[in-house]
Design a protein around this ligand. Structure first.
Ligand SMILES: Nc1ncnc2c1ncn2[C@@H]1O[C@H](COP(=O)(O)OP(=O)(O)O)[C@@H](O)[C@H]1O
Ligand SMILES: [Mg+2]
Length: 249
């Protein structure tokens, strides 16, 4: 049984099949890249997995239970945390406060979402640990909106990690970064993933980043999976070349 499994996941917007009958099996500890041209359905797939959008049909299963139809809050409680393609932090709050707030969202109970003192302290601890792991301890007390773009993207990863997820979904973590910032981000992510305890779904345009981090790649084209394999096989796949890679390999 797969750790995370998508079964025939489909999302229709009017006449458009944004996600079309996507099935996928992700093992525990796997780093899986999801690639494909703009509009292929990658972000929509993340919305479906994390309960932001309800599927037209199909199922998301995690650790043997169905997540289909759960709210994004409930999906977070189940152990899946994500970043958003477009920045989703609170710019006036410090990096530390952003991480603590993210941790509180998972720790808080249904009726007392912000918890009491013990929850606040534990959330602060988890948030600070996440900042440390992402190399952001030095900027912890700066307003998030004043951080460099590179640090803001890393802060979003820290916020997801502060929720101590079992599955981490990253939507284009290097988007808009300079070559240098991308290098720092990839090294940091490699260090975070090194112990193999996290299962990761990574949407990423930069193929250097994909080939460095992912052990398996799923290729989407117009909502449909056209390849699902190890990086070498995906590179050699003619349909993928035609649809997306355009002679990268
Ligand atoms: N809320 C929505 N309403 C209508 N169409 C949408 C909506 N969200 C996404 N789409 C469409 O679904 C397709 C896939 O979009 P998206 O998942 O953002 O692709 P990607 O992340 O791969 O670039 C696109 O054609 C997009 O315009
Ligand atoms: Mg997208």
């Amino acid at each position: 049984m797969a750790f995370l499994e998508l079964r025939g996941l489909t999302k229709r917007y009017g006449g458009l099949l944004a996600v079309n009958d996507v099935s996928m099996q992700v093992e525990s500890g796997e780093v899986r890249a999801v690639i494909g041209p703009n509009g292929a359905g990658k972000t929509s797939l993340f919305h479906l997995i994390t309960g932001v959008v309800k599927p037209t049909s199909g199922e998301v299963r995690f650790g043997g239970r169905s997540l289909t139809g759960l709210s994004s809050y409930q999906v977070c409680q189940a152990g899946l945390s994500r970043t958003f393609q477009l920045t989703a932090l609170f710019p006036e709050m410090t990096a530390r406060e952003n991480c603590r707030t993210a941790a509180q969202a998972r720790l808080g109970g249904r009726w007392r979402p912000w918890g009491g003192g013990p929850v606040f302290r534990e959330a602060s601890r988890r948030g600070d640990m996440a900042l440390e792991r992402l190399g952001l301890a030095d900027v912890a007390n700066r307003p998030a909106g004043l951080l460099s773009h590179g640090d803001q993207r890393l802060l979003e990863v820290a916020m997801a990690l502060a929720q101590q997820p079992r599955v981490l979904l990253l939507d284009e973590p290097t988007q808009g970064l300079s070559v240098e910032e991308t290098g720092t981000a990839v090294e940091t992510l490699e260090a975070v993933l090194a112990d193999g305890s996290l299962t990761v779904l990574l949407v990423e345009h930069d193929m250097e980043v994909v080939f460095r981090l992912a052990r398996k790649i799923t290729v989407l084209h117009r909502g449909t999976v056209i390849a699902d394999d190890v990086p070498e096989a995906v590179k050699a796949n003619q349909a993928v070349q035609d649809a997306y890679l355009g002679g990268y390999a």
